[in-house]
Design a protein around this ligand. Sequence first.
Ligand code: HEM
Length: 269
Amino acid sequence: MAVTPARRKSPRRAQIEAAALYPLDWLEERSGLVGAIKYFLFRRVPRDTSWAQTLGSASLTAFLVQAITGVILAFYYKPDPDKAYESIQIITNDLTLGWLVRGMHRWGASVFIILMFLHMARVFLYGAYKYPRELNWIVGVLLLTLGMAEGFTGYLLPWDQTAYWATVVGININGTAPFLGPFIAQFLQGGAAIGSDTLSKFYSIHMLVLPGAIAGLIGLHLYLVIRLGVTSPPWSPTEAGRERAPEPPSTNGREGLIRPSGRGGSNGE
Ligand code: HEM
């Protein structure tokens, strides 16, 4: 078979390529980040991976949309009982594309929760919560809980009647939980009644505490996904033991990324 010889690069082209790649080489030499990102994006996954296995990435995308639209809203929102409602009206009616950013954030919150539930259902149906992925399942449960807490704390921020009464109901339900319930309710309310202290507390939790915690947990979640590999569907020949899972690919010295032996560890196919 004839092989076309590789065309030799002109010295000028080689120079331009080297100049363009210099920043990446600089970063790679000092941090190894480029290699790590390449490994993450181009790692091998089982042959029979399906669309159902994109739901985790869809949840990640929904979270990023929430983070970006949330930062834009925070430029204009005022967490003060006298100004909150008005600032929301200004965002919706007066700011350029404000209605779009607010709508994306409001509807995106539901999309995020629904995608997380669908992703969790996929993990459950594929049995991907079993050994050695129990820890990642627990991290996922924490992500789901914090995601719902984001929804709860964000709901008060428009400071209208729906927001106010939904929060009254939410705090009262919390208060009925055994042992810690009354303390959590008292902490969230921040006083005898829902007022400015409640609003600023909810704003801070919604803006800083929960997004930070979710981002950190997503990092851990993804690290575990890479470390353990993606599970094959239960109907795959490898899972049924009719086909031998191939050896994992070389990790170029990054030993921590080798999948452990155990069920469904299909890092390469
Ligand atoms: C912010 C929310 C979440 C994000 C961004 C996220 C992201 C991901 C991604 C990208 C993957 C790999 C691809 C895939 O299987 O879809 C994954 C896998 C996994 N996720 Fe999540 N996830 C989230 C929530 C959850 C929840 C709520 C659970 C369960 C309670 C969960 C449990 C798992 C498990 C056990 C795996 C490994 C699945 C396998 O190996 O096939 N995740 N996640």
